[in-house]
Design a protein around this ligand. Structure first.
Ligand code: PEP
Ligand code: MN
Length: 347
């Protein structure tokens, strides 16, 4: 349950309420919220204790979440959370675009893409160095060398970088190479060992929705990250597996407004892995922002037919420029602003 105390409740009173719970063997976590004291009781509280707390004059609201998430629950924060990736704010009323190659394919190419991503006006550079490929014969990524190339390209153009981590043992490599945001891919959304390890990396995490995960399961994974030490989680809807075969996956925009009610975390949409077809990504991106997404994540390649992964869904440079222009318009239409370009040196 989550206790939202009245603004101005003295610290000693907050502590007394937490102590009351802890004496029953229940763990509590204080929200970083500054507008008012809020704390979560992460273990299940007996009904009698809940009733007692609800009756306390300092308790304005006691919420029993419908799911088992607490720290990522909407009520745990006063306003939606803003997550900082390098110098870029995700959430909080600004729209961002993440763009880059599906895979880091070499030093020159990733630099070329980084330059075009920067020129197009996107704020974050993505690129996979550890690739989760369905076939063992497909390109698996350059591993640590790919991280180095991605970071160097991002630093050269002044963009923070996002890259997927697949194995807990690689956390030090991601930290050592100053990867600004660690991506948990759809296939690993419920790899709880990985979630626990990544949570300790001290970096923001982009948590993609699993291929067949319900929103509840997705939020439980976000709760794992929060519980094990990472408060800076960004959710990313990337399409789910349905009976439909016309597209690679089905982009589930339906859940966006509900997610807003259920969690305070920022929400991005990756229409590329949902669609699998480059030409339909622009309207899906506009729809995602219209539905309230804090931004979109897309793939771009100067020669998609040569891409070593996900070529069919890679935008051409000019298409990325147009998509960013659309995102700017959609941000304004929905009463938000488009995040300014990051400063040249960002991490
Ligand atoms: C990716 O971002 O390149 C990727 C593999 O995404 P997903 O985990 O959503 O399939
Ligand atoms: Mn991809």
């Amino acid at each position: 349950m989550i206790l939202r105390l009245r603004p101005g409740t003295p610290d000693a009173k907050v502590q007394a309420l937490r102590d009351r719970c802890e004496r029953e063997g229940l763990r509590t976590v204080l929200s970083p919220e500054s507008a008012r004291p809020v704390f979560a009781v992460v273990d299940k509280a007996p009904a009698a204790l809940a009733a007692e707390l609800r009756a306390d004059p300092s308790v304005e609201e006691l919420i029993q979440p419908q799911g088992d998430w607490r720290l990522v629950h909407r009520s745990f924060r006063e306003r939606p959370t803003t997550v900082k990736i390098g110098g870029v704010r995700v959430g909080g009323g600004e729209v961002v675009v993440i763009a880059g190659p599906c895979s880091v394919e070499g030093r020159e190419l990733v630099l070329e893409v980084a330059q075009l991503v920067r020129r197009a006006g996107a704020q974050l550079l993505r690129g996979g160095a550890f690739k989760p490929r369905t076939s063992p014969y497909s390109f698996q990524g350059f591993g640590v060398e790919g991280l180095r190339q991605l970071k160097d390209a991002g630093a050269a153009v002044g963009l923070p970088v996002v890259s997927e981590i697949m194995d807990a043992s690689n956390v030090p490599a991601f930290v050592d190479h100053a990867i600004d945001c660690l991506q948990i891919g759809a296939r690993n959304m419920q790899n709880f060992t990985l979630l626990k390890a990544v949570a300790t990396a001290g970096r923001p995490v982009l948590l993609k929705r699993g291929l067949a995960a319900t929103v509840e399961e997705w939020l439980y994974s976000a709760e794992y990250l929060a519980h094990y030490g990472c408060a800076d989680v960004v959710l990313c809807e990337r399409g789910i597996r349905t009976f439909e075969t016309a597209t690679r996956n089905t982009l589930d925009l339906t859940i966006l407004p509900l997610l807003r009610e259920w969690t305070h975390l920022p929400i991005l949409v990756d229409p590329a892995h949902a669609a699998g077809i480059a030409r339909i990504i622009p309207p899906l991106s506009r729809a995602a922002i219209a539905a309230g997404a804090d931004g979109v994540a897309v793939e771009v390649h100067p020669r998609p037919e040569e891409a070593r992964s996900d070529g069919p869904q890679a935008l051409l440079p000019a298409e990325l420029t147009a998509l960013v222009a659309d995102a700017r318009i959609m941000a304004a239409v929905t009463g938000r602003s488009f995040h300014p370009p990051p400063a040249a040196a960002c991490s």
